[in-house]
Write a protein that binds this ligand. Structure first.
Ligand code: F6P
Length: 323
């Protein structure tokens, strides 16, 4: 490996910049040429590729978003798109890629590598934390902290008006953000896709608490919950418990932005460093993850969406603490 390309793909997540910085500077340390590819795979196809120096990544470790921008590319799914992308790498002599993104981006990388013999390394960058082979994904900690900060604020106004707020958080079809932020904010109920939502039980528990005048402030709902998120849950609660003054708040994309937390900067730096080390050692087509605080390499085609195995203990704790 002599020249590597780095790109961010899929949805952005806080800490991607810290990962780019680590890849660029570790590459330069090993005397490699490093190239930034704009807008994920789209930039590879459109030849939007530029040489990066150490200075190109100055002053970005603390910034959300991604200086390389993000995109989801339909063209790269087609063989013709991938062939075009390869030509653009070849003419510069780029012989390896570091792809920062989610499982969809890794699938693309694996395919590309099989077809054109370009070794690829994946780094898990998503707020959803839904990828197998790692305890952390770059951006999750920041997103969850943003959600916690927002929900704390919602609790203030909920408390002032004796209202119930149904708060919807992101996570696509995973409930990690909901579970973590719900526990950390003392939500009465947390609804996630990984467990069946028993709506009658939810109504009964909210109704019972209302009867004994316990203030019920918060229900945190994952957007991928089987009922389709916060609006629908709020609609049902309003209909069946008209005495509870209920509002809904959808946190949305604020969870994707903002300065990365210390933890996200640390894991992004560590993973970015090891992405390049991995290429130097000839360990190709793997995703760099961290499991039990140790580096963990997962073949790209196994770094797929992971469903969380919820320990019953957590659910029991939530119930007891909210009673
Ligand atoms: O995968 C990250 C994520 O923010 C999900 O939590 C959410 O469902 C989705 O992306 C939103 O995508 P978009 O930015 O395309 O609306």
């Amino acid at each position: 490996v002599t020249k590597i390309g780095v790109l961010t793909s899929g949805g952005d997540s806080p800490g991607m910049n810290a990962a780019i910085r680590a890849v660029v500077r570790t590459g330069i340390y090993h005397e490699l040429e490093v190239y930034g590819v704009m807008r994920g795979y789209s930039g590879m196809i459109d030849d939007d590729i530029f040489r990066m120096e150490s200075r190109s990544v100055a002053n970005i470790i603390q910034r959300g978003g991604t200086i390389l921008k993000c995109a989801r590319s339909d063209e790269f799914r087609e063989p013709a798109g991938r062939a075009k992308a390869y030509e653009n790498l070849k003419k510069r002599g780029i012989d390896a890629l570091v792809v920062i993104g989610g499982d969809g981006s890794f699938k693309g990388a694996q395919k590309f590598s099989n077809e054109f013999d370009i070794p690829c390394i994946g780094l898990p960058g998503t707020i959803d934390k839904d990828i197998a082979g790692t305890d952390f994904t770059i951006g999750f900690d920041t997103a969850v902290n943003t959600a916690v900060e927002a929900i704390d604020k919602i609790r203030d106004t909920a408390d002032a008006h004796d209202r119930l707020f149904v708060v919807e958080v992101m996570g696509r079809d995973a409930g990690y953000i909901a579970l973590h932020s719900g526990i950390a904010t003392g939500a009465e109920n947390i609804l996630i896709p990984e467990t069946k939502t028993n709506i009658d039980e939810l109504i009964a528990s909210l109704g019972e608490k209302e009867k004994r005048r316990k203030l019920v402030n918060l229900v945190v709902v994952a957007e991928g919950d089987e009922f389709g998120g916060g609006n629908e849950i709020a609609r049902i609660v309003k209909k069946r418990l008209p005495n509870i003054d209920t509002r809904v708040c959808i946190l949305g994309h604020i969870q994707r932005g903002g300065a990365p937390t210390c933890l996200d900067r640390l894991i992004a730096s560590r993973m970015g460093y090891h992405a390049v080390e991995s290429l130097m050692q000839g360990r190709y087509n793997v995703m760099v993850g961290i499991v039990n605080n140790k580096l963990h390499y997962t073949p790209l085609d196994h770094a797929i969406k992971a469903k969380q195995k919820l320990s019953n203990q957590w659910l029991k704790i939530v119930k007891i603490l909210a009673s």
